[in-house]
Design a protein around this ligand. Structure first.
Ligand SMILES: [Fe+2]
Ligand SMILES: [Fe+2]
Length: 208
């Protein structure tokens, strides 16, 4: 039997198409590659994403894996990310060139398959969109974006209000507030606003 056949058999046995590692194996690999606080953040996002997924009727296993691996490219330093993106054929716009940290989302979306054996378009898209958003996000995309902002290790003014929103508001209200807060924060810092975040927020307002 080839390795691929063995993997396929394991996938069928576990009922998880598109995965070649167990979640436990993914967690161990991530822990080996990330700094301690980044790994703790990843676990926090995974657990928060599961809670949101249950509340909003989204696949909790996908939410856990997407949350766990969303920052996996943070194993690279910021100045390594442009080369890592180019290596994978990812186009880099002016805002991303000025703020290469943003590229970690796109590189992570590729690395989940390369390193962690996750071949799942919904998980990849949620990871791809977790930093700057996009128009027409799926519930899973929105959950990962928001879980990243409110996981228990996050500590910034206003985070408690956002956490409260997670208990009461509907998903579009949550994500609209998240984009508005993000844009307000970026304006306050006199930083660049990524065009996808503006497009994502406009899309929500226009589709109301
Ligand atoms: Fe991130
Ligand atoms: Fe994150």
């Amino acid at each position: 039997m080839t390795v691929d056949e063995m993997r396929r058999q394991r996938d069928v046995a576990s009922g998880k198409g598109g995965l070649t590692m167990t979640v436990d194996e993914m967690r161990r690999e991530l822990q080996r590659r990330l700094k301690r606080n980044r790994f703790a953040h990843s676990i926090g996002v995974a657990n928060t994403a599961v809670k949101l997924a249950k509340r909003f009727g989204v696949d909790a296993d996908k939410a856990y894996i997407a949350g766990l691996l969303h920052d996996c490219a943070r194993e690279f330093e910021n100045d390594e990310l442009p080369a890592q993106a180019r290596l994978r054929g990812i186009e880099i716009n002016d805002v991303e060139r000025a703020m290469p940290l943003l590229l970690h989302a796109y590189v992570s979306a590729h690395m989940i398959r390369e390193i962690y054996g996750v071949d799942d378009a919904e998980i990849a898209q949620a990871i791809y969109r977790h930093t700057v958003g996009a128009p027409d996000m799926t519930p899973l995309d929105k959950i990962i974006y928001f879980a990243d902002m409110i996981e228990p290790n996050r500590n910034y003014p206003g985070v408690e209000d956002l956490r409260a929103l997670a208990e009461t508001a509907d998903l579009d209200e949550i994500i609209l507030t998240a984009f508005s807060e993000t844009i307000a924060f970026v304006l306050q810092k006199n930083s660049l606003i990524h065009p996808s975040t503006v497009a994502a927020r406009n899309f929500l307002l226009l589709s109301k």
